[in-house]
Design a protein around this ligand. Structure first.
Ligand code: SF4
Length: 738
């Protein structure tokens, strides 16, 4: 029998992971973080899923949430107020019905799901609803395949984005090439008409064509157009060059007929890969064809304008081998799409991922991750937190020119605009996506991914290398909640044992994320209520302490079970170490995003110190100027009364017991107003002064003096002799008395 005290058992669990009566395993409870308690049924929420992969999109909005489509419809069709209420109710019920169908695994076009949901609703609830809802369906602004936040999402979404970008490039390419083909053909046709063969009666008849042929005598016409002919046929060399160019442009296979589904499928298959090595090999083998088309386009541009000079351009194009192909030319062609599934992240053929990204190949790589807490081998028993996933995206930002997005699957809709920009980017792009995993347990993938993102386990960021010429423009962290904080906080409401409503502010930490995944249940132990004690502290508080003060305490997170019962769960030391590393990594991202940037903080402090010194010097100079001027006055106009005071003495003598601020030296740091904004105010120069000494306590005066960065607040003596703690406050005020 284990005779250890509950406290000892808990500490033993913390260091060794061993359970006991005072620390019970959590696996049977299927706990989720207390902050997720309100999200037991996602189908009742209007949120970013399901998504519609919009068909035939020209620009922007290639991906839309069902909710946004319904909102747009209602805005257009349902009048405000009671009049539109019935329609709104019907449509919102239908939206929920589609959400339930999709959560149950149904897929298809939005229009098809809409029709099915409308007839289901009519059957089950209100027969009149079907006509109304089918009428609304006819007004759907878009259609497309409906997808949910499930294991297939990443592949489907990125395939769709590739299709959208391919269609955009196809339109641009066809526009350019079709124009060149028409103009080159016109040159050939005009030349033919100018030639002997072109003036033959038969040729003239073919050229005129149409219904008026019978009206003309083409023999006579041939004699007339031939009379006085001065030539004008194309030189053979030019004709041959134009014919070669036209053949290349007409036969290229990068952009096929939009209606030819088989040809499109073949092109698509040729540009999609599951590993980096295959994508690189395909690009190398395709490069000669790209070079040939680029050369043909360049020659055509010169020829249609009559600017092709054989002596100059022939040698250039003969030596044109693509070695100087720039991103602008490569961007005309489809990019390769490499979707690396989670089980292939470590495969040898993906080892050169960073080389591929930095090589200049036009490639978009999607790395999907399902596990953010990787147990290292037994020889080094510690967590190797997200080595292959989390750091990968951050590493890629240093490669130069690579567009990088890191996001959990839950946040992909919010980043749809950035994803479209990544696909349109002239160069390589990397998307690193955490998608949740079936092995993680029963929690919906959306929630698991959302917690991964919000708990800083897999924060979202976008790095657009050409968004601007500084890091602030290029790096964005804004898709994360409460970016200033280590961990986001939210309120949890629950009833205590006396059935009283309690609201508690709770942080969402990395430990909360790990609690969502059954694979890490061994790192948690439930503490029965009778064994709670003051040394149990929230994990965020524990992490905020220094190592010395952590040792007396034990970190816990709040979990809620299927019945909605709240539990305190101790987290073991190994997971807390990982949580600390996650926070460190988050701090680095914050710095990259300009939040708590250590360089900026140091620079601001340095500038403030310089400013304060300059102000002090200016004040001293001003004082001495006044004194000098006064001396001059005194010399010119000696005092009538030798006992009259000196000019310098005209400055009022301060009563050392009165509080005051050296206002002219105030660099406006705002600290004093944070303590009491009625006692301390700014003047018109935005410099602090004591506006109302009765508006606060002596304690606040002393605290403001201590907080003031340039030590210019002098608290004087207390006005209220009965204020508590005066002896201590007077001691603290001593350094500031003047
Ligand atoms: S704390 Fe000091 S420096 Fe800051 S605003 Fe107040 S008086 Fe000025």
């Amino acid at each position: 029998m284990d005779m250890a005290t509950p406290d000892h058992q808990q500490r033993l669990f913390f260091t060794t992971g061993r359970h006991g009566p005072a620390v019970e395993p959590v696996a049977p409870l299927h706990l989720r973080p207390a902050l997720l308690a309100p999200y037991a049924d996602l189908t009742r929420l209007r949120y970013d899923f399901p998504l519609v992969l919009v068909d035939a999109v020209d620009a922007g909005d290639a991906v839309r949430s069902l909710t946004s489509i319904v909102d747009a419809l209602l805005l257009e069709m349902a009048p405000r107020g009671l009049e539109g209420e019935r329609l709104r109710r019907h449509v919102l019920r239908l939206e929920r019905a589609i959400r339930v169908m999709v959560a149950g695994g149904e897929r298809g076009l939005l229009s098809a799901l809409w029709t099915r949901a409308a007839s289901n609703l009519a059957r089950a609830e209100d027969a009149s609803a079907e006509q109304v809802l089918l009428h609304v369906a006819a007004k759907l602004p878009v259609d497309g395949q409906v997808v949910d936040c499930d294991p297939a999402l990443v592949r489907r979404l990125f395939d769709h984005l590739w299709d959208v970008e391919y269609a955009r490039k196809r339109r641009a390419f066809r526009q350019t090439v079709d124009r060149l083909v028409v103009r080159l053909s016109d040159i050939l046709r005009a030349s033919f008409l100018n030639s002997d063969a072109g003036r033959e009666p038969k040729s003239l008849q073919a050229a005129l064509g149409g219904t008026h042929r019978e009206l003309f005598d083409f023999d006579v016409m041939s004699r007339l157009v031939t009379r006085g002919r001065t030539g004008g046929e194309l030189p053979d060399v030019r004709r041959a060059r134009i014919e070669r160019t036209l053949a290349v442009l007409r036969q290229q296979r990068f952009f096929v007929d939009a209606e030819d589904d088989d040809a499109k499928a073949a092109v698509r298959a040729g540009f999609r890969f599951e590993d980096c090595a295959a994508a690189a090999a395909a690009f190398r083998s395709r490069l000669p064809q790209i070079v040939e088309v680029v050369r043909a386009m360049a020659i055509a541009e010169l020829d249609v304008d009559g600017r092709y000079v054989e002596d100059k351009h022939d040698p250039y194009f003969e030596g044109f081998d693509g070695s100087g192909l720039v991103a602008d030319y490569l961007a005309l062609f489809p990019d390769a799409l490499v979707c690396i599934p989670p089980e292939r992240n470590d495969a040898p053929e993906n080892a050169a991922l960073l080389d591929l990204l930095s090589s200049g190949f036009p490639v978009k790589v999607v790395v999907q991750t399902t596990d953010l807490v990787e147990d290292a081998p037994a020889v080094a028993p510690h967590f190797a937190f997200g080595v292959r996933s989390m750091r990968l995206a951050n590493l890629a930002t240093g490669l130069g020119g690579v567009f990088v997005i890191q996001a959990a699957a839950s946040h992909l809709p919010a980043l749809a605009g950035a994803l479209e920009r990544a696909f349109a980017h002239r160069g390589a792009a990397l998307a690193s996506v955490y998608s949740g995993a079936p092995q993680a347990g029963p929690m919906p993938h959306y929630l698991l991914a959302a917690v991964a993102s919000d708990s800083r386990a897999f924060p979202a960021f976008v790095y657009d290398p050409y968004a601007g010429d500084n890091q602030a423009a290029r790096f964005a962290l804004h898709a994360n909640p409460q970016t200033e904080a280590d961990w986001p906080m939210a309120s949890v409401e629950f009833a205590d044992r006396k059935h009283q409503r309690v609201v508690e502010r709770v942080a969402l930490t990395f430990a909360d994320f790990a609690l969502c995944d059954v694979r890490y249940a061994r790192h948690f132990a439930r503490v029965p209520r009778e064994h709670w004690h003051p040394a149990l502290v929230p994990a965020a508080d524990w992490l905020a302490r220094d190592a010395g003060s952590q040792s007396d305490l034990l970190p816990y997170v709040l979990g809620v079970d299927a019945e909605g019962v709240l539990h305190r769960v101790v987290v073991d030391a190994r997971l807390m170490e990982t949580a600390a590393r996650v926070r460190t990594f988050w701090h680095r991202l914050q710095e990259q995003g300009g939040i708590h940037n250590s360089h900026a903080d140091i620079a601001v402090a340095r500038e403030k110190a310089k400013w304060a010194a300059a102000t002090a010097e200016r004040d001293a100079t001003a004082t001495s100027s006044v004194a000098t001027a006064a001396d001059a006055v005194a010399l010119e106009r000696p005092p009538a009364d030798a006992t009259a005071p000196e000019v310098a003495a005209a400055a009022p003598q301060r009563n050392p017991d009165e509080p005051w601020i050296e206002t002219s030296r105030c660099p406006s740091c705002n600290e004093c107003q944070t303590i009491n904004d009625r006692m301390f105010r700014y003047n018109e120069n935005k410099q602090a002064y004591i506006a109302d000494i009765t508006a606060g306590s002596y304690r606040q005066l002393v605290e403001a003096a201590e907080a003031c960065q340039v030590a210019i607040i002098h608290p004087g003596k207390p006005r209220d002799a009965a204020e508590p703690g005066l002896a201590d406050l007077l001691e603290r005020a001593k350094p500031f008395l003047a």
